[in-house]
Design a binder for this molecule. Structure first.
Ligand code: SF4
Length: 362
């Protein structure tokens, strides 16, 4: 049976002992590497995130230190964020046919891709918000595959946000690409409380991923969103061919931005895209990266987003949630199928992790 948010909140007063932590004790014959001792003092005790060089040291740790690293990341998350997990659903208002050339994306109209351009109507949007709210999710993100919104899209979003706010008890977020100041102000006035715009990767690697716009243009939108008082959601995709140095650079870029939420995706190579032939990131590397980002961003909501099933398999969700993650996306990931919402919600129940309640996000 699927546990609801209320079931979980009512039954959860104790925080579980992490199986990861237990296995770290079991492997205590492996001496603690100096960087993890530093992280224990600096991040766990003082709440000060690792800098770029320190994050790189963590990313270079061997597999024999992975359990200890995940256990520390879990402790950091529990200390600085608490046991709650935020659940979010996403819906695509406008799918496919995007004029940009993000090399990982099957929604670009520039690549041969099976994703067809399509629009969702407002009643379907409201129904999706209702279904999302039933899973216990507090956040519903409206996504459109565009460079930035035009007048038609802004009008659709305004109508959709109003309809959802009238009928569904859920926070509305948007992800509509790059914005003008006027559009930022319009979204804030609609009551959109969080805006997602991913930097996708390190500044130095971005030109290898996107050529139709710049990293700096994305940064500019994020700055305007923050200044308008909306929550900033900004993450990216790991495993696109970036070096470990660039992975650490990306964590430092995000730490500088100080987003409220960082969604972490792992590349799921889509046929027809320029990155369609890349290899899936090894599971150990993905888990190491999750933990490293947690140590660089101790207070930020770190969300498992797309690609985790193919990268981590069934056990990945549990290890990630006990290794630094404190937010998940339920259901579909726009162009690829995720796990059924109930599986994730059930897992949180099994791990005795309470789902963040709506009133705490208002
Ligand atoms: S990631 Fe966004 S901007 Fe880039 S091609 Fe895909 S939909 Fe367009």
């Amino acid at each position: 049976m699927t546990q609801t948010r209320d079931d979980l909140s009512a039954s959860q007063t104790e925080v579980p002992t992490s199986p990861v932590a237990t296995s770290a004790v079991a492997t205590s014959a492996v001496p603690t590497p100096p960087i993890l001792a530093v992280a224990r003092d600096q991040v766990l005790e003082c709440g000060e995130g690792l800098n770029r060089e320190q994050t790189l040291e963590v990313l270079r740790l061997g597999d024999e230190h992975l359990d200890e690293l995940l256990a520390l990341a879990h402790e950091v998350r529990m200390r600085w964020c608490g046991p709650e997990v935020e659940v979010e659903g996403i819906i695509s208002l406008k799918t496919g046919g995007c004029p940009e050339d993000c090399h990982f994306c099957s929604q670009s109209g520039l690549f041969q891709s099976p994703v067809r351009a399509a629009w969702l109507d407002i009643p379907s949007l409201v129904e999706a918000a209702k279904q999302t709210a039933k899973t216990g999710a507090t956040e519903f993100c409206i996504v459109a595959a565009v460079r930035g919104p035009d007048e038609r899209l802004m009008a659709q979003v305004a109508a959709g946000v109003e309809a959802i706010r009238n009928e569904v008890d859920i926070q509305v977020a948007c992800s509509l690409g790059m914005l003008s100041q006027e559009q930022v102000d319009q979204l804030a006035a609609m009551g959109v409380h969080r805006y997602n715009h991913n930097l996708e990767t390190a500044r130095s690697f971005f030109p290898h991923v996107v050529t139709t716009h710049s990293w700096e243009e994305r940064w500019e939108t994020l700055s305007m969103v923050r200044d308008a008082g909306m929550e900033v959601c900004c993450g990216g995709i790991l495993g696109m061919g970036e070096t470990l140095e660039q992975r650490a650079e990306f964590a430092a870029n995000l730490a500088e931005l100080e987003p409220d939420e960082v969604p972490l995706n792992f590349l799921n190579p889509r046929p027809g895209t320029p990155f369609g032939e890349l290899e899936v990131m090894p599971a150990a590397d993905a888990l190491r990266a999750v933990a490293a980002f947690r140590l660089a961003l101790p207070r930020t909501m770190l969300r498992f987003a797309g690609g985790r099933e193919i990268t981590l398999g069934d056990l990945g969700a549990e290890r990630g949630i006990l290794g630094g993650i404190n937010a998940v996306i339920v259901g579909n990931y726009l162009t690829t199928l995720g796990r059924p919402a109930e599986q994730d919600v059930d897992l949180l129940g099994e791990l005795r992790m309470p789902i963040k309640a709506l009133n705490e996000t208002l």
